[in-house]
Ligand binder design. Structure first.
Ligand SMILES: Nc1ncnc2c1ncn2[C@@H]1O[C@H](COP(=O)(O)OP(=O)(O)OP(=O)(O)O)[C@@H](O)[C@H]1O
Length: 445
């Protein structure tokens, strides 16, 4: 499978048009490759991975339609396509939309409009910043700290609610420091005391019933790399003593063993608890607390960094799509609105689960509010969301009305267009804009 990419594939034979598009993409920070012929582009799309293709329909060798259909027949996993069409080519553009292209724009067009369409599809993915952690000031600060920490071996404590991405941050730190070294994670809260001891420090053959062979613990497995101790706040008291000794002496003794084995690890711990409170109540050792907490990184919950939600959602959708043959869907306006307004109490884990489910349910190019939240869009908006909400709301009403009309007309487009009093082309355009197709929307009525 081709690795996910953030690059754009531009297919344009006209030198002037290609140059202005290429210059503008550069200014917008979109990395891109520019191909002048369909054949060149075909070869590139077969071997390289792109986040988006912007293609002229009319090319010197093959047309954009042929190129798209050729890739479809080859069973390639296609990135979203935006086609640039002339006035006479709208029918082929609409045909391409039916076959799965994301959008089209008609010449002469306003570059800003194209950039907006592109931004809806890819810029959110790019904006998640270094390591894809987020673009909010809090996450940018964390990324700066990670870069600083990369050159030290100080122990790091990552705190934050469940599902905020603490392990992800630990891995990002590890990736900055020891890419070819081990990253070993263990959850200290999910094991009994004796299992945790064996997991952390390993055991010698015969140390206890069932110890049929010598086994290295995670301290030894992580030697030279990162040891990530999740839910450190739940470590039983006896294990806290052993942990402290291992960290102070930089060596461990396997269960049932006598030899001191030196270990060289970067320790990263995480907890969703307030460790100071556990220290005060005597559940967590103060000396261990200071040992593991040389630097604390607090990851805010998603509701405190709403600007990260949509970019993360797009990143997650791209990750989910990469495991299947689909290209990542986008969101309807109402879904975007709601995704930013919802507080996500389960944080990124909840967002990821919802998107996994929505991706399964959604057959069209856009995930609607109904699919994402398994309920119709709310009519009421919070005060901060009022700007633009009337348009979004009217859009949702229009979409619902069209779906009902389509169902009533048994999806006969001409009949439905006549009953709605609009042209067939206008109906197709509205269906494309609202992401309506038969398979995807019939159950919502
Ligand atoms: N920046 C990110 N981009 C994409 N996915 C992410 C990101 N951060 C977290 N995730 C995903 O969200 C889920 C929860 O993340 P993670 O396990 O790192 O959270 P956590 O804070 O360690 O949770 P817990 O406290 O429950 O252990 C995981 O599936 C992870 O892959």
């Amino acid at each position: 499978m081709k690795p996910p990419s953030n690059r754009i594939c531009l297919i344009e034979d006209d030198e002037l048009m290609g140059e202005s598009l290429s210059d503008r993409f550069g200014l917008e920070g979109f990395e891109h490759d520019w191909y002048r012929t369909g054949a060149e582009a075909l070869a590139a799309l077969r071997s390289l991975s792109y986040a988006l293709v912007v293609s002229d329909i009319r090319l010197p060798d093959i047309t954009g339609d042929v190129l798209f259909e050729q890739l479809l027949t080859e069973g390639q996993r296609l990135p979203p396509f935006i086609f640039i069409t002339g006035h006479g080519e709208i029918d082929s553009a609409v045909n391409l939309l039916k076959k799965g292209a994301r959008d089209y724009i008609t010449k002469p067009f306003d570059l800003d409009a194209l950039i907006d369409k592109m931004g809806d599809i890819i810029s959110p993915v790019m904006e998640t910043g270094m390591s894809g952690l987020g673009q909010s000031p809090a996450m940018r600060q964390i990324q700066t700290m990670l870069k600083r920490l990369a050159s030290s071996t100080a122990s790091v404590l990552i705190t934050g609610e469940s599902g905020v991405g603490k392990e992800r941050v630990a891995r990002a730190l590890h990736d900055l420091t020891g890419q070819n070294k081990p990253f070993i994670a263990v959850n200290c809260g999910s094991l009994t005391e004796s299992l945790l001891e064996a997991e952390l420090f390993g055991y010698e053959k015969g140390a206890f019933t069932g110890a049929a062979r010598t086994k290295k613990g995670v301290f030894e497995q992580a030697d030279g790399g990162t040891l990530f101790l999740d839910e450190i706040g739940d470590t039983p008291p006896a294990m806290q003593v052993r942990l402290l000794r291992a960290l102070q002496e930089r060596s461990i003794v396997r269960v049932g063993g006598e030899t001191l084995i030196p270990v060289n690890i970067r320790l990263v711990c995480a907890t969703h608890q307030i460790l100071q409170e556990r220290v005060v109540s005597g559940v967590f050792r103060e000396d261990l607390y200071y040992r593991i907490n040389v630097v604390e990184l607090r990851i805010p919950p998603l509701r405190e960094r709403p600007e990260d939600i949509l970019p993360l959602a797009h990143t997650l959708l791209a990750e989910i799509a990469a495991t299947s043959d689909k290209s990542p869907p986008g969101f309807t306006a109402a879904a975007k609105h709601a995704i930013k307004a919802y507080p996500w109490p389960g944080n990124i884990r909840e967002l990821k689960n919802s998107l996994e489910r929505a991706s399964l349910m959604c057959d069209g190019p856009l995930i609607s509010h109904d699919i994402l939240f398994e309920r119709p869009a709310p009519v009421l908006f919070s005060q901060q969301d009022l700007a633009g909400s009337l348009r979004d709301y009217l859009g949702e009403c229009e979409r619902d009305f069209i779906v009902r009309a389509l169902v009533a007309c048994q999806w006969q487009i001409q009949l439905c267009a006549d009953s709605l009093g609009i042209s067939r082309k206008n109906l197709w355009e509205k269906m494309r804009r609202f992401g309506i197709d038969k398979e995807n929307t019939i159950h919502l009525v």
